[in-house]
Design a protein around this ligand. Structure first.
Ligand code: BMA
Length: 398
């Protein structure tokens, strides 16, 4: 009897050991000397410093999946608790969560896409507590005309950028807008008193002409001044140090010099971004590869992080978009693989959505895409606000 019990004990111990070994095999350590990676803000909070290091540690091997408004609504639902189309589909939320502050400057309780700011705040804090990444864009209403960010032609932008810069006729109005943005960023307080780190991505797609801060609406110098004023006002006047800043122009550049034409400066920018809805949707993967390689090279040379800050195929009309079109570009070279994240635009409804939900014709393809060893969702990453010597990635063996 005794020997039988000890046999059972031995077997149990073996099983525990095997489970432990299996678990360890699921966790891969990402390690790299990341001491050179420092946020552009010398006074950045510890959470931001750790986030930037950890992103640098993941960058050479992994690409995180992001989704705009992931927790706010889906293709066929408008309210949910801890719900996202991606969680419905894959069992995990994305790793990166996009939000937009457009209309906060008007004092509205909801943003331009009807997301209540109170709910957005709660969700941003929750994402932070779960170790995921929050990135915020801003479709700012025109402080001169009161109209939306979008402009039809050169005259409708009304010389806004010049007017809102220091010395301009609408500078005070612009500062009031930034005060509202700052108030929101200051309100992202978790229960331990720390502020949720955020990657702020203002004045995006500035190389196109559809926003009032676009290329034909202001000179290179004026655009750079706008970006600089924004960062310095939040950083110095509002004392906000929970931010990384992303620069994310649209397509159209050929090389690094082209990309950097309106780049505001290394002391202001942490994320070398790119918005590209064009290349794949017009059948030009080589253009996407080239764009990604340009931003990745700039990031590597400057100890910064490159990211594919916005993309997608509306309604995912091409069923194998993820595995046959996008993945080969992301996985094309060491440079493209060093992109930190790819963010898909929002799932507004049946007419506008950039990721599938269950039962969508592209659902299986997206699931296959997330199973790729380089692709990370929230359940693959550790808490990115902690300090690690080596960082554990779950379930992805490289
Ligand atoms: C656009 C569309 C709009 C939306 C705007 C801001 O690309 O998705 O429906 O209002 O972004 O999020």
């Amino acid at each position: 009897m005794k020997s039988r019990t000890s046999h059972i004990k031995k077997m149990a111990a073996k099983a525990v050991l095997m489970i432990a070994v299996l678990f360890l095999c699921q966790c891969v350590m990402a390690q790299r000397d990341v001491s050179m990676f420092k946020p552009s803000d010398g006074l950045a909070d510890a959470g931001i410093v750790n986030l930037y290091r950890n992103m640098a540690m993941l960058a050479p091997d992994y690409i995180m999946i992001g989704h705009q408004d992931a927790l706010s609504y889906g293709i066929s639902w408008k309210k949910g608790k801890d719900r996202s189309d991606l969680k419905d589909l894959t069992g995990s939320h994305p790793a990166v969560f996009g939000w937009d502050l457009g209309a906060i400057e008007l004092g509205n309780p909801v943003n331009l896409d009807s997301v209540p700011f109170d709910e957005m705040r709660k969700n941003i804090i929750q994402v932070y507590l779960e170790g995921g990444i929050n990135t915020i864009s801003w479709h700012d209403y025109n402080p001169v005309t009161g109209k939306s960010s979008w402009v039809d032609d050169k005259t409708s932008s009304n010389g806004t950028v010049v007017k809102i810069l220091p010395g301009g006729s609408h500078h005070e109005e612009f500062k009031k807008q930034l005060d509202k943005v700052a108030d929101f960023l200051k309100s992202l307080k978790a229960s331990d008193g720390s502020l949720a780190p955020v990657i702020f991505r203002p004045w995006h797609e500035n190389t196109g002409n559809w926003f009032w801060w676009g290329a034909i609406h202001c000179s290179v110098k004026e655009y750079k001044s706008l970006y600089r004023f924004t960062v310095e006002y939040l950083r110095n006047t509002h004392n906000l140090h929970n931010l990384l800043f992303a620069y994310s122009p649209d397509v159209g550049f050929k090389d690094a010099a082209g990309y950097l034409e309106r780049y505001p400066g290394d002391d202001l920018v942490d994320i070398i971004g790119l918005d590209d809805y064009n290349s794949l949707n017009t059948g030009h993967p080589e253009k996407l590869i080239s764009n990604l390689e340009v931003i990745a090279q700039i990031a590597i040379e400057n100890n910064k992080i490159a990211a594919f800050t916005e993309t997608g195929c509306n309604r995912v009309e091409r069923k194998e978009y993820f595995t046959k079109e996008l993945l080969p570009c992301l996985d094309h070279s060491e440079l493209t693989r060093s992109i930190s994240w790819v963010l898909f635009w929002r799932n507004a409804d049946q007419k506008q959505h950039f990721l599938p939900a269950p039962d969508h014709p592209a659902a299986d393809d997206f699931i296959k895409f997330t199973k790729n060893k380089r692709i990370l969702m929230l359940n693959n990453i550790p808490d990115l606000y902690k300090h690690y010597k080596k960082l554990k990635v779950t379930g992805k063996n490289i």
